[in-house]
Design a binder for this molecule. Structure first.
Ligand code: NI
Length: 201
């Protein structure tokens, strides 16, 4: 290899590393999530008490023995949430029969508007087994904290709605004992998600 070739190669690797770091900083905005990942400790997730589409109380115990694919968002979200929920649904379908071991779960971070009835109508648009969970503001805050999910109300002048929600957009894979296994950054393809999930099944 020529000297210029080596310089180009080194520069290329440096750019790739820099871009990689930038992307990971962008998508994993929460330092605690990153630390939990690095240490391998199961610090993502935990006990929760929420409310399903029938208005019934649901806890982590109701999902024991099944893998969970969890996403936090809100039904009024114009694009990011629907996209990620569609990716989750497609990944589960791509897994075929093995996908039946996975419980996809959508937890709203906008409990003020996302009532059980609204959640019921919304989740049905994506996957027949997608569970929509809401709850009191305190219950939602506790669940979001356990998964290190950030959210806040934001004014939305471009919409007829009073407000929109800023929120983290990460899909979490949890194991049969509720243990954290993996997170998926926004933009993960359904095939990649399915492949990574399959490695745990
Ligand atoms: Ni959203």
């Amino acid at each position: 290899m020529t000297r210029n070739g080596i310089i180009a190669l080194v520069a290329g690797v440096a750019v790739a590393i820099a871009v990689g770091i930038w992307i990971s900083d962008l998508v994993i905005s929460n330092v605690e999530t990153r630390q939990a990942q690095d240490s391998g400790a199961a610090r993502v997730g935990g006990p929760f008490t929420l409310v399903n589409e029938q208005g019934e109380t649901v806890t982590e115990a109701d999902f024991r023995g099944r893998y969970m694919l969890i996403y936090f968002g809100f039904t009024f979200c114009p694009d990011v949430c629907p996209t990620e929920l569609q990716v989750m649904a497609s990944a589960i379908e791509a897994l075929g029969p093995r996908g039946e071991d996975i419980a996809p779960v959508f937890i709203t971070i906008d409990p003020e508007r996302d009532t059980p009835e609204i959640m019921a109508r919304y989740v049905a648009l994506f996957h027949p087994r997608l569970t929509g969970l809401t709850g009191s503001p305190e219950q939602i805050a506790a669940a979001a904290k356990a998964w290190h999910v950030f959210y806040r109300k934001a004014e939305d002048e471009s919409s007829s709605e009073d407000y929109t929600m800023d929120h983290s957009s990460i899909v979490f894979l949890m194991g049969p004992q509720g243990e954290y296994l993996k997170l998926f950054a926004p933009g993960t393809s359904p095939d990649k998600m399915a492949e990574d999930i399959a490695a745990f099944l």
